[in-house]
Design a protein around this ligand. Structure first.
Ligand code: HDE
Length: 737
């Protein structure tokens, strides 16, 4: 293996045009370096190192004759190719990874002895993989789906994996139902339809018969399921975990990731468009942001609950369909994760990384959440097949940054060459090495939770309230967010063919909120059924669960932290903004707006009728980044229409430009235009909906600014873009299609 050479990175033109950000190194990326290879300037060889003279022609009996079996070069090349694919992950198959570092703000010795949560000096190397859940490896990023948010910390005490999602709850309460859930949500088994989407009968059949999924369904039907970017979504460990301090005292903990760019989504119509225009939208966004130096950042948040408060809540801390409202237990932000380096090789790193929530370090431990307990089995089990045997921890991306010594040996693809005669313990022939480690020296000891119980297949009654938090979530949403939930349910259930399933789902929704159920029922042209489905008889000789009798009227009417409307809206860093322009553009105003947006960290692209250059009024040549043919408003966060007499006349007559604006309006994005470009806006459907004037208040409410371009204009446009979306604009629906 050779030392890694710096390799030129690809990325969008925008990223390439800029100076590429340096690719920072850390203990983990250093440890990967000896395993990397770079062919630049090298000779071609076979896998045994034999220099190859001809890699283009197979060995034949005569130049028109049959190929010869003897051709070991042909056989080696084809054989390797034939075995290039490994099974994709059974869930979370589509993902994107990045390297980074975690830095702690303040030592947490009071609650945990984990080394990386006590030392503010060290930077812990991290590898993160974001994913969708249902779609296969090549599916679109913008499916309505949960997103995986799996983080590996390469600590000095071994790997700690926080394998979370972007939603804080889950569909089911017990791992034994996971295969049912996944079979129901995956494409239907007879025709493999639909890919990546949950809008189909088997999924809603299962959900409508599984009331414990109600809370998660509210999240999945909310805008959380269509994030604007992996960089703009929260992460959650979902289960309650334990923290253990040096005295052995345990506290419960919920893990959170808070993105510093805020939590933002796209519109559903937009998501569907993006799926066609750029199925790699999230992957590209993450890659480009890192390449251009706009490193994604998230703060690690902890909700710490003293052990003695275990039964203080109206819900059970062990129930993964419940969250702990931030208003009851505030989230302390304890450190920052920065993603600052793209992988060198997708397969070697992102595809082969094997996360497992069983990878923990002293100071962190599990609880008896039955979903968590089942996961502890599943991850290693699936990885044995996916990665081809028991030595997958030796794959470079999976190795810890600390040495590994034990008596495990052999198996397919073993890399380590263990010296010595002993691979057992106790032994006297090898000094009894490797030695076990005392707890005080860092050896892991499980938390000694007291247990006294009968062996039963059962579920605690404290898990039976399925609707209070579903309702809390719905009640905490802003009006537009509620409308989106109604629309999403109407869309998804509208795709379900079996009317009985739709009706049953209306029954479930009516338990959450009558108004919600009524609106969806109206859209589906159905009535809400009288009889509400309960759990099927579980166990087979048991009685149906009367879950309605255990509904708790939560003390909290709403939790503002659950609404994305309350997220941070103070930055346009890395936002993509289109400038629509054509020959005859006013260069001065275009440059003013472009420079101001770029100064705030936005990525600006000039979109014009054709690629190459446009010639401005003053003859300045302005580089075009995208033509109307290749660009689409759904791939941008905002749009500005440049001025200049001829430019405006061209844009007004260019249906693609008018469509671009209509769509940007439809998806509630900020729209700016030079005062003299008003006639382009007048060609749109929303020309009758323009604000009476462009006071700051109006602009920040309606997201439209048409005025003379100067520094004040640019500053106000930036403020408007930072609002992300103007959802109030959606109704009445002005824009067709
Ligand atoms: Fe997973 N999950 N999961 N899961 N999960 C997998 O492991 C499983 C659950 C999550 O980027 C698999 O290596 C069971 C909750 C993420 O590589 C598999 C149950 C949460 C990823 C598996 C759950 C997650 C996975 C598939 C119910 C959020 C992607 C491939 C008991 C807290 C990790 C693999 C990556 C992947 C099993 C439920 C998150 C089959 C049995 C809840 C982010 O082992």
């Amino acid at each position: 293996m050779e030392k890694k050479k710096p390799s030129p990175k690809s990325g969008t033109e925008a990223a390439i045009d800029k100076k590429l950000a340096p690719q920072p190194e850390n203990a983990k990326t250093d440890s990967l370096a000896p395993h990397t290879a770079d062919s630049a300037g090298e000779k071609m060889t076979t896998n045994t190192g034999l220099p190859i003279n001809d890699d283009q022609n197979s060995l034949k009996a005569g130049d028109r004759g049959p190929s010869l079996l003897e051709d070991f070069i042909l056989r080696e090349k084809i054989t390797h190719f034939d075995h290039e694919r490994i099974p994709e992950r059974v869930v979370h198959a589509r993902g994107s990874g990045a390297h980074g570092v975690f830095k702690l703000y303040k030592p947490l010795a009071e609650v945990t002895k984990a080394g990386f949560l006590n030392d503010t000096e060290i930077e812990t190397p991290v590898f993160v993989r974001f994913s969708t859940v249902a779609g296969s490896r090549g599916s679109t990023d913008l499916a309505r789906d949960v997103r995986g948010f799996a983080v590996r910390f390469y600590t000095q005490e071994g790997n700690f994996d926080l394998v979370g999602n972007n939603m804080p709850v889950f569909f089911i309460q017990d791992a034994i139902k996971f295969p049912d859930l996944v079979h129901a949500v995956k494409p239907e088994p007879d025709n493999e339809i639909p890919q990546a989407a949950s809008a189909h009968d088997t999924f809603w059949d299962f959900i409508s018969l599984t009331p414990e999924s109600a809370h998660m369904i509210m999240w999945a039907m909310s805008d959380r399921a269509i994030p604007r970017s992996y960089r703009m979504m929260e992460g959650f460990g979902v289960h309650t975990f334990r923290l253990i301090n040096a005295e052995g005292k345990s506290s419960f903990v919920k893990f959170h990731w808070k993105p510093l760019l805020g939590v933002h989504s796209v519109a559903w119509d937009e998501a569907q468009n993006i799926s066609g225009k750029d199925p790699d939208f999230h992957r590209r966004d993450l890659w480009d942001a890192i390449e251009s130096g706009a490193f994604p950042e998230y703060e690690l948040g902890l909700q710490v609950i003293p052990e003695e408060d275990e039964f203080k809540f109206e819900f059970d801390l062990l129930d993964p369909t419940k969250l702990v409202p931030e208003e009851l237990v505030p989230v302390q932000r304890v450190g920052k994760l920065t993603l600052n380096r793209n992988p060198d090789n997708f397969f070697a790193e992102t595809e082969q990384v094997a996360f497992h929530l069983g990878h923990i370090v002293p100071g962190i431990d599990f609880t008896n959440d039955p979903l968590l307990q089942g996961r502890l089995f599943s991850y290693t089990d699936t990885q044995l097949t996916r990665l081809g045997g028991p030595n997958f921890q030796e794959i470079p991306i999976n190795r810890p940054v600390v040495p590994v010594h034990n008596n495990q040996r052999d198996g397919f693809m073993r890399q380590t060459i263990n010296r010595g005669k002993t691979s057992y313990g106790p032994n006297s022939l090898g000094n009894n090495d490797p030695q076990q480690v005392k707890e005080r020296d860092g050896g892991f000891v499980s938390y000694q939770e007291r247990m006294e119980a009968r062996k039963v297949r059962a579920r605690s009654k404290s898990f039976f309230d399925h609707f209070s938090q579903s309702r809390l979530f719905f009640n905490s949403q802003s009006e537009p967010e509620k409308n989106h939930i109604v629309d999403a349910l109407s869309f998804e259930l509208g795709k379900v063919k079996t009317v009985a399933v739709r009706e049953r789902m209306l029954g479930v929704l009516s338990q959450i909120d009558k108004g919600l159920a009524a609106q969806v029922a109206f859209n589906l042209g159905l009535h809400i059924p009288e009889v509400i489905p309960g759990n099927l008889n579980v166990p087979a000789d048991g009685n149906p669960v009367d879950y309605q009798s255990v509904q708790v009227d939560g003390s909290l009417a709403a939790s503002p932290a659950l609404s994305m409307a309350n997220t941070i809206k103070d930055s346009i860093v890395s936002r993509k903004i289109a400038i629509l322009a054509a020959d005859g553009v006013n260069a001065e105003s275009l440059n003013t707006v472009k420079a101001a947006l770029e100064a705030e960290g936005a990525v600006v692209e000039v979109v014009a009728p054709k690629l190459g250059f446009i010639v401005a009024e003053n003859d300045e040549q302005i580089k075009v980044d995208q033509s109307f043919l290749g660009a689409a408003s759904v791939l941008f966060d905002a749009v500005y229409v440049a001025g200049g007499t001829n430019c405006v006349a061209t844009l007004e007559a260019e249906s693609n430009a008018v469509h671009f604006l209509n769509e940007a309006f439809k998806h509630c994005k900020a729209i700016g235009a030079s005062g003299d470009a008003l006639q382009v806006i007048e060609a749109t459907y929303f020309s009758k909906k323009l604000p009476a004037d462009y006071s700051e208040e109006n602009v920040l409410r309606e997201g439209i600014l048409i005025a003379e371009v100067n520094d004040k204009f640019a500053a106000l446009l930036i403020k408007a873009i930072a609002q992300h979306r103007f959802w109030e604009r959606e109704k009445p629906r002005l824009i067709p299609a």
